[in-house]
Design a protein around this ligand. Structure first.
Ligand code: F0G
Length: 372
């Protein structure tokens, strides 16, 4: 059957009514790709699977949350949505607002979002407001503004966002037949780790109690689809690691601009997920994030954005430290596509060679590279 997005697919597990009409771009259904070379390269006997969320319609996992948030906003009669963003949320909000025919306002930190994400927000016709401040300032401002202006917040403090994003867990379970031993992901505003944990928890639950969000219409606890939950591993960039420090970071800084966040709104829920799962938070240096981003691109053919690579970079650290056990099955969420941030990618690579438009010149380059 023609796939029409995650609300249709998981209607019975989401807080939507029978008559709810999804605002969808056929998001979800992303591939779970086994990393076939990396375990050998790092000398570890493990199976690692990448949930490549860069293959969503706007190139990140945000589409999963946005289909729910915008569907519910439209259903409630909203004519405008608003978000603060490090880039991906704004790209998704802009696209889904365009689809729904409503207005979209996005607050972004001036000069600190990747080029592709800025292009998306602009191209989809949202009103892009650059602030002379960081994401945390933007997050505070949208919460204040939504109290007085007719705009609906689509950041992950909107519970429908997390409901959409929890479907990542369902899809991983379907692909593997059960939950993995570990699930690693990057953590910024901490909505996604919270959403993963909701998904994994509902997957093992047979409780038929009414869902608090939909007052019992969804019945999404009905069938158990997994026998266990994974250990959750949340990785932050070293310069933006409030969950590790145990306190907000005033001036977060990292090359992984998507997770350049010092005071995550879902802090408590993220800590709960970590504790309940027996997992932990880790931090990755920017150099390590970039090294692993390139490794995934060159050893596996998967081009994710820097923030996404933090999941695998952190995992490698913890495998080397013996904290993650060999013999395990691990899922890593690669949250966004590498094409979103061409500047950071190009800056890491050697410039292309430029030669005359002659056969001999090109043959020379091939010989040099193949050492023949
Ligand atoms: N990876 C990418 C590519 C992201 O864009 C984000 C968050 C995260 C990971 C972290 O997810 O915030 O749920 O912990 N980006 C948000 C944005 C903040 O505005 O696009 P989180």
């Amino acid at each position: 059957m023609h796939y029409t997005g995650l609300i249709e697919k998981y209607r019975d597990r989401l807080p939507v009514a029978a008559g709810t009409r999804p605002v969808s771009l056929n998001e979800g259904g992303t591939p779970l790709i086994e990393l076939v070379n990396l375990p050998r390269l790092i000398g570890k006997r493990v199976r690692i699977f990448a949930k490549f969320e860069g293959l969503n319609p706007t190139g990140s996992f945000k589409d999963r949350g946005m289909t729910m948030a915008v569907t519910k906003a439209v259903e409630a009669g909203a004519r405008a949505i608003i978000c603060a963003s490090t880039g991906n949320t704004s790209a998704a909000a802009a696209a889904y607002a365009a689809r729904a025919g409503i207005a979209c306002f996005v607050l972004i930190p001036e000069g600190k979002i990747a080029l592709g994400k800025l292009a998306q927000a602009m191209m989809h016709g949202s009103v892009v407001i650059q602030i002379r401040g960081n994401f945390d300032d933007g997050m505070r401002l949208v919460q204040e503004i939504a109290k007085t202006m007719p705009v609906s917040i689509v950041n992950s403090i909107n519970p429908f966002r997390l409901q959409g994003q929890k479907t990542i867990a369902f899809e991983v379970i379907e692909a593997l037949g059960d939950a993995p031993d570990y699930h690693a992901l990057p953590v910024g505003n901490a909505g996604n780790i919270t959403a993963h944990w909701i998904g994994y928890s509902e997957a093992v639950c047979q409780n038929t109690l009414a869902c608090a969000l939909c007052e019992g219409r969804c019945g999404h606890h009905r069938t158990k689809i997994a026998t266990r939950r994974p250990i959750m591993l949340g990785y932050q960039a070293a310069g933006a690691a409030p969950l590790l420090r145990g306190r907000p970071v005033e001036n977060p800084e990292t090359v992984a601009t998507a997770i350049r966040i010092g005071n995550p709104v879902s802090w408590q829920q993220a800590v709960a997920a970590q504790r309940e799962s027996g997992g932990w938070f880790g931090e990755c240096a920017d150099e390590e994030i970039l090294r692993v981003q390139k490794l995934l691109a060159q050893a596996e053919g998967i081009f994710c954005e820097p923030a996404s690579a933090a999941s695998v970079a952190g995992l490698i650290q913890d495998l080397n430290a013996g904290r993650v056990k060999e013999g395990s099955t691990i899922a890593c969420t690669l949250t966004g596509h590498g094409l979103k941030d061409p500047d950071t990618a190009i800056a890491q690579c050697e410039a292309p060679v430029t030669v005359a438009a002659e056969r001999g010149a090109i043959e020379r380059v091939i010989r040099e590279n193949l050492n023949i």
